[in-house]
Every structure is written in C-alpha cells, then in structure tokens.
Design a protein around this ligand. Structure first.
Ligand SMILES: [Fe+2]
Length: 442
C-alpha cells in the first residue's frame, strides 16, 4: 500500500492509469448503449434485466455518490434521482415503470459527472483517506461500470431483433486439453491483502488447507453437455438435488438457455444470430442446478471455491499464490478470452499461455464457473467501503462463480475475484468445470 506519495512520480502515474481506465470503460459503455436506438434503450428486454438506460444512469449515479460527493466533497449533480437508481430500492422488474432519465438526459448526466471526476482527479491526494489509497475508490467505480457493462451485454443476449453487436470469433485451439489435473494435498493462500483494487470480499489473504483433489483441466464443453442431455440427464431426478429437480420441472429446463433443437443437433442463439452448437466450446448459460446435475451424472461434483482458487493460483514451485493462473502480470490477449473482444467462449485449448502452473486451462475468461460454495466472507472479513457491496449478500441464497467470462473486463477479474448469483440464474455467462476427491477412482 502507498503510504507516502512522491509528487510527479507515483501519484502522476496512478492518475494517468485511472484516467485511462475510466476512459476505456466509458468507451465500452458507449458501445453497448449506442448500438441500439432510444426505443430499445428504454425497453425491458427481460424481467430479469433493467432497461439499458437504467444501467447507464445508475453507473453515473454511483460515480456521483462515491467520487463526486464522497471523495471530491463536491455539491450533488442530481440528488433528486438517487432513489431511482438505487439498486436496493428498485427491483429490476419495476425499473421500466420508473420516471427514468430519457436517453439523451442520461447521456448528458453521465458526461457531467465524468467531467467533474476528471477535474477532481487532478488535485486528489491518494494518501488522505483509506478510500482513495492506491486509487481504490476510482478502481471500485471502474469495476462497477465494467460489471454493469457485462450485465448490459447479457441484456443484449436476451434482446430480440436484428443483431447489433459484432466481434471476430475467438482463437482456435492450439493444444489438446482434456482429462483432470491432480492437485496435491496441502495449504495455499486464498484471497488477497495486497491487490490494491481488490474488493472487500476478496480480503484478507488467509491460509486454507485442502486434501488432494482432481479438477477438470478445462471447462465442461458443449459436446460433453450434449452427452448428458442425450443420456436423459434432464429426465432423471436422481442426478438432481431436490431443489434442483423442483426448479428443472417448474422452469421446464431441457437444455442451456438460448439453445434449440436443430435437426439431430442443437443450435445456439448468440446476440441475434443462430449458429450450430460447437462441441469443443465451453458450455454457457447453464444454472447452478444444471451444473450440479451434470457433475453428478459424470460421477463428479462441482469444485468448492477454495479448490477452484488453488487450481488457479497455487504455484507448487514456490508455494505462493499468483494473481492470475499465468503469473502476476495483467491479462493479455494471449492469456484469456476477456473483455468482450469476442462474443462467445473460445474452444478448449485456445489459451495455452493462460494455463496455471498445474496445467489447468481457461480458468480465467470464457465462462464464469459455478462453484459448490455459498457466498461467505473470508475469515477476517470487514465490509469496505459499505456493507451493501458484499456483506448483505452473504448466506445460503447465492452460489459463488469464479474466473470471469468473455464479457468480463480485465479490471473486474483477478484470481481472487468473486462473483455470486442465485442457483437458478442462467442469463449470465455461466458455465462450470467438475472436480472430485483424489481418493475416489472410477
Ligand atoms: Fe450497480
């Protein structure tokens, strides 16, 4: 952590980095909201999602609350709209009926807020308060906007109508990857106390002792998942938990979201375009119950969150935990399918440079991976900067997802980064991999 600030060096570099991250992030927000017309922006494409124009102004409102008012100590820009864009006060399904800022006003509002942020960034001292130490509050706002961008991307995936998003396909496989990797018994460091922009739920670093286990070297693919469907996986309650089977029946689940039968095979709708399901891509748009049923059918189980993180970060040569599977350096284009550079998961084997020291592939990027774990604070957790960021979600209702998807920005994805959602959710870019105890041989 920065304790002293050398003017013209560290602080200037940090200022430059923050400005670049804010700008890069806003360009993505603009791409996602400029891609559709005003009518589309104010419409609700699914009751699970907000109108895109709500996300846009909400991003600006959070930036106003934290950076303009709190960090900057400036006068409010629009105190009158705080309640409208408070995610806790306004359930998603009710948001279209609110007197939201129309698109032009929402765009003007986020621009006004951003101009004030650039202005206050110029004079900020990163040593004044813990909230701004190492630029944390700015990093939190960058991550918040990027997370809403991913949510907006999921809204685009649910949206009917002609395609409006385009991107080159992800890279082809460069190595064959399959089977399982044995992770030896022993301790590893989970979480972080030093990553400057890590959020409260990733902290603090602590030692976790795990027995030996095996984990899939790659996420479960469409081809593997199709075998589960073909084997009657959706028709046999024995593979499902009680709650899972109840949901499977009620929601009439029979395949991942956005799939449909196509002759003998399956087709998959991606951002308005139908294509054949490709067997070597990680399966995406499955809920936790589906992931858990598949794992049971395969004679395995979902990894716990600690098992996922040890496979991703633990380096047997040094005994320390890396920031990412490939090392401590930020993700590059050869490491992982992140940042909406592509609009779907890359086939297994496409990112050999992103593998972990133990040889586990595609942990970061492609698909969020469901884990067996419910969302809890790490031992020693303290809420920062507010309870509503993570703590109010702790408990048995949510399952943890790790690793990020093709729609996750690098700023919102570290080896320690934790996401959470309800076990029935599958509009998110969610897939999974399996694990099992090392002692249990087939
Ligand atoms: Fe939010």
């Amino acid at each position: 952590m920065t304790t002293t600030e050398r003017p013209g060096t560290d602080a200037e570099r940090l200022r430059g980095r923050i400005a670049a991250e804010l700008e890069r992030t806003r360009a993505r927000t603009a791409l996602l909201t400029d891609a559709v017309d005003d009518d589309d922006l104010v419409r609700q494409h699914s009751t699970l999602m907000s109108p895109l124009v709500w996300d846009l102004a909400h991003v600006g409102n959070q930036e106003e609350l934290w950076l303009v008012r709190d960090v900057g100590g400036r006068e409010p820009v629009r105190r009158d709209i705080d309640d409208l864009y408070d995610a806790f006060k306004q359930p998603r399904k009710d948001r279209p009926a609110l007197p939201l800022l129309p698109p032009a006003e929402a765009r003007a509002y986020v621009r006004t807020v951003r101009d004030k942020v650039y202005d206050l960034l110029d004079g900020i001292r990163f040593t004044d308060r813990r909230l701004v130490e190492d630029g944390f509050a700015f990093g939190m706002i960058v991550q918040h906007e990027q997370q809403h961008d991913e949510t907006m991307l999921a809204t685009h995936q649910l949206r009917a109508g002609a395609p409006v998003l385009d991107a080159p396909p992800p890279p082809e496989p460069r190595v064959g990857v399959g089977g399982e990797v044995l992770v030896p018994a022993g301790p590893f460091t989970m979480g972080t106390s030093t990553d400057p922009w890590a959020l409260d739920n990733e902290r603090p670093a602590h030692t976790v002792e795990l027995p030996a286990y095996r984990i899939d070297a790659a996420p479960v693919t469409n081809g593997q998942y199709r075998a589960f469907i073909a084997d009657g996986g959706y028709d046999q309650p024995r593979w499902w938990s009680e709650a899972g089977w109840r949901h499977r029946v009620e929601a009439d689940l029979g395949a991942p979201l956005h799939w449909r039968r196509d002759g003998d095979g399956w087709a998959y709708r991606r951002f308005g375009r139908w294509s054949a399901v490709r067997d070597d891509e990680p399966v995406v748009h499955v809920c936790w119950y589906e992931a858990q049923a598949y794992a049971a059918w395969a004679g395995k189980r979902l990894p716990t969150e600690a098992e996922w993180e040890k496979a991703a970060r633990w380096d047997p040569a040094t005994g320390r935990s890396r920031r990412y599977p490939w090392g401590d350096g930020d993700p590059g284009t050869a490491h992982a399918n992140l940042g909406q550079r592509h609009l779907w998961p890359a086939p297994v084997g496409a990112y050999p440079e992103g593998a972990s020291p133990l040889g586990v592939h595609q942990l970061v990027g492609d698909v969020w991976e469901w884990t067996a774990s419910t969302f809890r604070g790490h031992p020693g957790f303290t809420a920062f900067p507010y309870r509503e960021y993570s703590e109010v979600f702790f408990g048995d209702d949510h399952r943890v997802l790790r690793g990020g998807s093709f729609g996750t920005d690098r700023s919102a994805c570290r080896g320690t980064f934790r996401n959470w959602d309800y076990p029935i959710r599958r509009q998110i870019f969610s897939g999974f991999r399996c694990a099992r105890d090392a002692g249990c041989e087939e």
